[in-house]
Design a protein around this ligand. Sequence first.
Ligand code: PAD
Ligand code: ZN
Length: 378
Amino acid sequence: MDTLGKTLTYQAAIAWETNSPLSIEEVKVEPPKAEEVHIKMASSGICGSADHVLKGLLPLNFPLIPGHEGAEIVDSIGEGVSSVKPGDKVLTLVVPQRRECSSCLHPRGNFCEKQDILPSSGLILDGTSRFTCKGEKIYNSFHTSTFTKHTAMPEIAVAKIDDAAPLGKVCLISCEVPTGYRAAVHSARVTPGSTCVVFGLGGVGSAVVMGCKASGASRIIGVDINEEKFPRGRALRVTDCLNPRNLKKPVQQVVVEMTGFGVDFAFEAIGLVDTMIAAWDSCHLSYGVCLIVGLAPSNSQLSLDAVKVISGRTLKGAYPFCLADYKTRGCIPQLVTDYLQKKINVDPLVTHQLPFHQPHKAFELYHTGKTIRCVLLF
Ligand code: PAD
Ligand code: ZN
């Protein structure tokens, strides 16, 4: 259906305030303005960052339509849009790529100045919202908002993907897979034969494990407090599973003893300061590399032993998509093609699929820890 020029009403899941249940509402969605696209959602992943948003751990404006890990079809385009056309399959991008700012133009930069994460206004590029409900303005999350049947977004926040892509699964390639997989392959540059530890075997941690394995790591230690994650972790080639709650010593000490001197590469994919410190302390003193992928609550501080910092270890951050020179619009479509060509496999990461109008059930499943990723289907 061509939505150009029309304000239409669609169902969307709204969070009216933090820590309140999502409510399915009729939402008015304005047509796309210049350099915007109107899209029809096909699927959206339920991820840890969306949970952080709903709990108020990240400073976003409410009421909002959450979700940022989406796969969809372009319905109509505003004036000046040239990279996509109606009918194209696309993925939403938390970090857009306008290709004009210092980050976009730098070979190793990708945190485009048009991003709406740090800080987040909850508005589209022109400072307005395309959503209203019951006469009230509804905010966006990170330019995306995927828990809605339709949305209008900036062209620079969508990436056209292969026509053959199965939309019920590839939504994970919009955020979770590039964040975790590329953190291992690209940011940490895991080497063949190396030892790794991954803190958190949820969606992002599982994608990190896949990246470690693809890079030839010989030992991958998985750490999680939920042992339901261990069988799936082992299927992805985690070699040793540790539950810190069942250990008599701090987990970092156990990891160092298991590997002799500490691991070559440690990843934190939980978002807690304590596990970030444990990941850092698990690394080899001299050449270990610690990569923080998890998003800690805003304003939390990371306190490290200053003496141990000078021994040579490296501490790096990999905020969603800020993976060195990993340009979002340029690189994400290639990951979809790699999936279609069976070079990477995201199928094991999609453990559950539910209809869009059951977001509560999806979050319930998420909180029990039974999922790697639950995908909402529209
Ligand atoms: P998830 O909830 O699927 O995974 C987190 C995992 O950590 C779960 O398996 C938990 O059982 C485990 N866990 C929780 N507490 C502990 C603990 N104290 N010790 C050991 N294990 C624990 O979330 P996710 O994988 O979607 O996201 C993980 C983090 O990465 C989170 O901070 C999120 O904001 C950040 C992130 N997420 C994305 C994304 O797309 N979701 C992108 C970039 C960064
Ligand atoms: Zn830019």
